[in-house]
Design a protein around this ligand. Structure first.
Ligand code: ZN
Length: 223
């Protein structure tokens, strides 16, 4: 069944405020999925009552973890060459929310980085969270955050002063249409291009790269 963005269902009755910019959220329906939308920063969120428990998430990740094929490897290689290397060419890195594949770590190491992995389900080496890094990378991670700003703050905490944080997530459009990304039950938050400017402002970061599609890089700098 096609998912339609039904603008007539917009309502201003929600009392919830945007977790990023604090402005009022409105409720919108995309097919069978109810979303909370912030007109200011562009964030879409699923309703909290639909969030999965850790056990449910683990079971789903076990069954549906990313397929490592040529396409996946070339996607990670492209991310490193387009988003990361123009900003930083070496240093200590961490693949945050690494999952099980280890592909990004491998690509970064091939390019001269020293790379750790952290994943709450598949690489729960909490000691790596004690360090600070020149580069934090998170691919297909930030859409899975439940307590969204707490999770972003945890990631930013890992970045050294003047270090970088490179994110990959599929950006939402104004018209969601029949967007597959919404249908993954472990995806809770959907960002637009401008959402990252608000996150940067909130967390004292600078956006140094934004491909308007799926990749954004921040620098942690005191201005
Ligand atoms: Zn907002």
């Amino acid at each position: 069944m096609e998912i339609q963005f039904e603008s007539e269902s917009l309502s201003l009755n929600s009392s919830t405020n945007c977790p990023i910019c604090g402005n009022k959220l409105i409720t919108t329906i995309a097919g069978s999925i109810t979303l909370l939308y912030c007109k200011t920063c562009g964030l879409y969120s699923k309703e909290e009552k639909t969030f999965l428990s850790p056990i449910e998430e683990f079971n789903r990740y076990e069954k549906h973890s990313a397929l490592v094929d040529d396409h996946y490897v070339s996607m990670m290689t492209k991310f490193v060459s387009e988003a990361i290397l123009p900003n930083i060419k070496q240093g200590n890195a961490i693949d945050y929310g690494a999952g099980k594949t280890g592909v990004l770590k491998q690509v970064l190491e091939t390019n001269g980085f020293i790379c750790q992995s952290y994943d709450p389900y598949f690489a729960n080496h909490r000691e790596v969270l004690e360090d600070k890094y020149d580069l934090v990378v998170a691919t297909e991670v930030v859409e899975h955050f439940q307590a969204i700003m707490i999770e972003w703050e945890k990631m930013v905490h890992l970045v050294k002063q003047n270090g970088f944080m490179a994110i990959m997530t599929q950006f939402a459009k104004d018209d969601l249409g029949d967007w597959w990304y919404l249908r993954d039950s472990t995806h809770y938050h959907f960002y637009q291009e401008r959402t990252f400017d608000y996150i940067a402002k909130r967390l004292d970061l600078t956006v140094v790269f934004n491909d308007k599609k799926s990749q954004v890089v921040f620098q942690k700098s005191s201005q």
